[in-house]
Design a protein. Structure first.
Lengths: 577, 88
């Protein structure tokens, strides 16, 4: 018997099922007798104490490598020890309510109250309250904490869905694979699975019902299949296939520190995309030719207030020091669209992807941009920093932004604070209007980087978050390669650098064509570095140029995909399977 | 009892981090500490993060801070100094 789903992180594994089901509380409702009230208070106190000890241990474990998560735990403890709720719960118990029902009722009333708030921050606190309430009720029931932090043996985790709180504490060395009933390629779980290279198949309805705890299964996250009760023969076949996939990954991994040079001696640049600036990400600096995209959104998305200049400066400095003399391309805040800020209330837009996002938002909230610019300029003396503006549609936006850079730079000089006046300022190309005047843009900016995900969305007029227009969102659309070719030629003519930092930049199938188009700086996530280097080292530049010529003359995405696949096969440049 | 009126100055209001800091400081005093929005009778426990969030004071709002107990004066003065120092 087989189940199927969406493979989001490649690999094949054989292993035993561990069904991960978070605790579902059930509370009693029969009143307690008056003589039991004292004992009930005592047991309630003990429950709170148990929950507090759990939070203390969790905090201690998180403090070392994710202080941000530790802060959440501290906030949970603050809720747990809240005197007003404590008083209400005690009062209810005094009135013969069973403690678990009292907890449920008091927490429930505040969850409802905060959940109804128009303020996003307060709604978030409601979800913290749910978390603390569940912890209390579980401690009340005497159930052990269920999480993926301490696993006895290697397992394939099966869950309805995994939440950030689950994946954060997950023991990655014991998780062989992940299966969830919901979720797709862009979900949180998919991103986590890929970044930790854990094979995963998501969107498998009925997986929890069909799979038994401890059962041996095969998880084929290449084809997107789960094989239950595999026969000996099937096991052997999958073991062989798994070995081949592993062998391939191992072969690819060997390229991690190789120089990205084509067979005919052209040196490309393989750069790293950074989105969280944590130790895991920054450890990739040693294997990359710099950072081609330093996303700064995390600074704004996680906190409940806007990050200050000093806080930003310290983080930028940390990233620059991690990359040493290698270039770091910092992208100014790119929110709006699908990314909203808790710390900045923005008006509702009926079409946010065509609304105030990226540079538009920064120009509308100039103080926010100025703070970021000052922090970046101050950091510019600690390495090779470049700053890139997102969502540019016209050159007057670039001029407005550059005026701000000038003014802030002058202000720093006046205050005697050092900064690098020759720091390059470039743009992202995602909006077709700027792509079509790439030649004019090349006059005014120092470099360009193409964000292929958004460029594709805007070129093909298909929302990348909307699954029903997926067939129209064509990453290999002929218009994509024509636009890329035009941008590359325009910037080359001006003698200025051009790079790609979207998904396409790390795509083994697309890389030969990109190189052929003249885009030799590619930026990608850590997991794609080795594969990209392998591709570059297995092709000749003149073949790549011929491929690029051919691709620009093809008429449909299907034709282009076939052409790229054939090229990869002939040059053994992309991993098979 | 000792009470004073004040205005919320910072942009975030009495939420999030400022609220946590307020509660942490309030907890260090023995007095009973309460907050109420100007013109409203409801009083909120100043040592409870949940009550402060429920009260939800925003920038520009006026509120009354009161304390009752042996250290009531120090409590009110210290908490007002804290809120006046919130910047964001």
């Amino acid at each position: 018997m087989k189940l199927t789903g969406k493979p989001v992180s490649r690999g094949i594994v054989l292993g035993r099922v561990l069904k991960y089901r978070p605790f579902v509380p059930s509370v009693s409702d029969a009143p307690i007798s008056t003589e039991d009230v004292e004992a009930a208070w005592a047991r309630y106190d003990k429950t709170v104490e148990l929950a507090r000890q759990e939070l203390d241990r969790l905090e201690a474990r998180l403090l070392a490598d994710s202080p941000d998560k530790a802060k959440i735990v501290a906030a949970h403890r603050e809720i747990l020890q809240d005197p007003a709720m404590d008083e209400e719960i005690r009062g209810l118990i005094g009135a013969r309510t069973p403690p678990d029902a009292a907890i449920e009722r008091v927490y429930g009333s505040f969850i409802e109250l905060l959940g109804r708030s128009k303020n996003e921050m307060m709604r978030e606190r409601a979800s913290d309250l749910v978390d603390v309430k569940n912890r209390l009720l579980r401690c009340w029931a005497g159930e052990p904490e269920r999480n993926l932090a301490r696993l006895e043996q290697p397992v394939i985790v099966v869950a309805d869905d995994l939440y950030p709180s689950d994946t954060v504490s997950m023991d990655r060395s014991k998780v062989l694979g992940i299966i969830t009933q919901v979720g797709g390629a862009t979900s949180h779980t998919a991103i986590i699975a890929r970044s930790y290279e854990i094979p995963a198949v998501l969107g498998v309805p009925g997986a929890l019902a069909a799979l038994e705890d401890g059962a041996e299964i095969v998880l084929d996250a290449v084809k997107g299949e789960i094989v239950l009760c595999p026969t000996g023969e099937e096991c052997a076949a999958y073991a062989a296939a798994a070995e081949q996939v592993r062998e391939n990954l191992r072969e690819t991994a060997a390229y991690l520190d190789a120089e990205p040079v084509t067979l005919d001696g052209v040196r490309a640049e393989v750069r790293l995309n950074v989105a969280a600036a944590n130790d895991f990400e920054l450890s990739g600096a040693a294997h990359a030719d710099g950072c081609g995209l330093f996303r700064t959104e995390f600074l704004y998305l996680e906190g409940d207030r806007l990050p200050g200049e000093e806080e930003q400066y310290q983080i930028y400095k940390r990233v620059l020091l991690a990359f040493g003399e290698k270039p770091v391309v910092l992208r100014t805040l790119d929110v709006g669209g699908d990314k909203q800020l808790a710390c900045l209330e923005l008006p509702h837009e009926s079409n946010p992807f065509l609304g105030v996002r990226g540079l538009r938002l920064c120009l509308a909230h100039e103080a926010l941009l100025r703070t970021q610019v000052r922090a970046a300029l101050r950091a510019s003396v600690h390495g090779s920093l470049r700053v890139m503006l997102p969502m540019v549609g016209a050159l007057d936006e670039v001029r407005a932004a550059k005026a701000i850079f000038r003014e802030e730079g002058e202000a720093l000089s006046a205050a005697g604070i050092p900064w690098n006046p020759s720091m390059p300022v470039g743009i992202m190309v995602e909006v077709p209007s700027i792509a079509l005047i790439a030649d004019l843009a090349a006059d005014e900016v120092d470099f360009v980087s193409v964000g292929t995900n958004d460029l594709c969305q805007y070129l093909t007029a298909s929302d990348r978050m909307n699954p029903s227009v997926k067939p129209y969102h064509q990453d290999y659309h002929p218009a994509m390669f024509r636009a890329l070719g035009y941008i590359a030629r325009s910037f080359q003519a001006a003698g200025k650098p051009v790079s790609v930092c979207g998904e396409l930049g790390g795509d083994p199938l697309a890389i030969p064509a990109l190189l052929g188009l003249g885009i030799q700086k590619l930026s990608m996530s850590r997991a794609s570095l080795a594969g990209a280097k392998r591709v570059i080292r297995s092709i000749r530049m003149e073949d790549a140029q011929a491929l690029a010529q051919r691709v620009q003359s093809l008429k449909t995405e299907g034709e282009i995909k076939a052409c790229l696949t054939e090229f990869a096969r002939a040059h053994k440049s992309a991993a098979p399977g | 009892m000792y009470a004073k009126e004040f205005t919320i100055q910072n942009r975030t209001g009495l939420h999030a981090r400022p609220a946590s800091d307020f509660v942490a400081l309030a907890a260090t005093f023995k007095s009973k500490i309460e907050l109420s929005r100007a013109g409203e009778a409801d009083r909120y426990n100043g040592k409870s993060i949940i009550m402060l969030l429920t009260l939800g004071l925003m920038q520009g709002e006026r509120a009354t801070l009161s304390a009752e107990g042996e250290d009531e004066r120090e409590a009110v003065e210290a908490l007002l100094a804290l809120t006046a120092g919130f910047v964001d």
